[in-house]
Design a protein around this ligand. Structure first.
Ligand code: PLP
Length: 293
């Protein structure tokens, strides 16, 4: 099989040749941004939304992406085509670029742009059928006035600390609270609870990434009679919820059945959660930007 092709600074190169400088500030300081995007059945799902978030993240950290949004779109499609993929996980990374050892971004002449289109490793089916056990962790989500979670930055140490706590507890995901003790999000997913036919998710001002899949869930939920609310809530609300699930590009929509040792509802994936998973899959498999035409 031919080598995986990676887009790096203007050209498609073999995986083995896809290397960046140790002076890149993405490497030295985590100075940069990224996106994780999925393609299903030859279509890129919610492509525009991901591109918009990338360019908004760039604007927030005053990083100039050396190509227009339209050029970026075409380049991502070109990279997927070069790897002959129908279903893919696409990682787009834009870092501040090569500078000196100081942290001043003005010393970096041009941003580094990397696009990786690869196969996807899905969570095993059993996690969707049986649901996940998760915990809340002591590590708090970054405050918005510091490293704003709305920016999908290369600075994921906050999330990694929480992931380490999840690993140590032997669970796959961690729920992070914000500095006021309200539920924020997980290390790589947004969180939802359902209580009395209401679907509740933390508002963006709780200090979260505004997930593209979070938006999909909020769009389709009313179809099933759910009232959608963006509202602050606490661990107590997690423990007493009827249902709970996570949303994200990698995990899609995945049920949570145990939190900090307490069963959620009956301790198995809830009815509404199942309907939302099915609807999500239907949309992901039938809508999006065509890759080959
Ligand atoms: C911290 C965090 N929250 C939420 C999400 C879910 O966002 P999306 O649905 O856009 O993948 C992600 C993944 O991208 C994430 O890294």
């Amino acid at each position: 099989m031919s080598s995986q092709k990676i887009f790096l600074n203007g050209e498609l190169v073999d995986k083995q040749e896809a290397k960046i400088s140790v002076f890149d500030h993405g490497y030295l300081y985590g100075d940069g941004i990224f996106e994780g995007i999925r393609a299903y059945n030859g279509r890129v799902f919610r492509f525009e939304k991901h591109l918009t978030r990338l360019y908004e993240s760039a604007k927030a950290i005053m990083l100039e992406i050396p190509m227009s949004k339209e050029e970026m779109k075409e380049t991502v499609l070109k990279t997927i085509r070069a790897n002959e993929l129908q279903d893919a996980y696409i990682r787009l990374v834009v870092s501040r670029g090569v500078g000196d050892l100081g942290l001043d971004p003005n010393k970096c002449n041009e941003a580094t742009v990397v696009i990786i289109a690869s196969d996807i490793t899905l969570y095993p089916d059993e996690f969707y059928e049986e649901g996940l056990e998760v915990i809340t962790v002591p590590t708090r989500r970054n405050i918005s006035e510091g490293v704003n979670p709305r920016v999908k930055s290369l600075n994921y140490l906050n999330n990694i600390m929480a992931k380490i706590e999840a690993n140590q507890a032997g669970v796959l995901e961690a729920i992070m609270l914000n500095n006021e003790g309200y539920v924020a999000e997980c290390t790589g997913d947004n969180i939802f609870i359902i209580k009395d036919d209401k679907l509740i998710t933390p508002p963006t001002y709780a200090g979260i990434l505004k997930g593209v899949k979070r938006e999909v869930v909020m769009e389709v939920a009313p179809k099933f009679g759910l009232e959608v609310k963006e509202e602050l809530f606490t661990r107590h609300d997690l423990f007493t919820a009827d249902e709970c699930f996570l949303s994200g590009t990698a995990a899609e929509v995945i049920p949570v059945v145990k939190i900090d040792g307490r069963k959620v509802g009956a301790g198995e994936p809830g009815e509404y959660t199942w309907k939302l998973i099915e609807e999500f899959r239907k949309l992901a498999n039938s809508t999006g930007t065509p890759i080959y035409e």
